[in-house]
Design a protein around this ligand. Structure first.
Ligand SMILES: [Zn+2]
Length: 81
């Protein structure tokens, strides 16, 4: 898919209200379709690439874990009540 028609390229600029985290290489953003979930997030690479190197994937998972803890904190409240 060319960069100009890619729905993910620049989505962090088009939907800043949905951005949970960003750094120079990646963004954690609410997905367009929640598909029945109360919250749903994804990591988007700022560079339009097909393959993410393993080290970068590791970094992304760490960030996702951190952001997820914050974003999905409501599930912890539910389970303790
Ligand atoms: Zn793209």
């Amino acid at each position: 898919m060319p960069e100009t028609t890619c729905p993910l390229c620049g989505v962090w600029n088009r939907e800043p209200q949905n951005v949970f985290y960003q750094d120079e290489e990646k963004v954690v953003i609410r997905t367009k379709y929640l598909k029945g979930h109360r919250e749903r997030i994804q990591v988007v690479w700022k560079e339009h690439v097909r393959e993410i190197p393993p080290e970068a994937r590791e970094r992304a998972l760490r960030v996702l874990e951190e952001v997820g803890r914050r974003v999905f904190s409501y599930t912890q409240q539910n389970s303790s009540s």
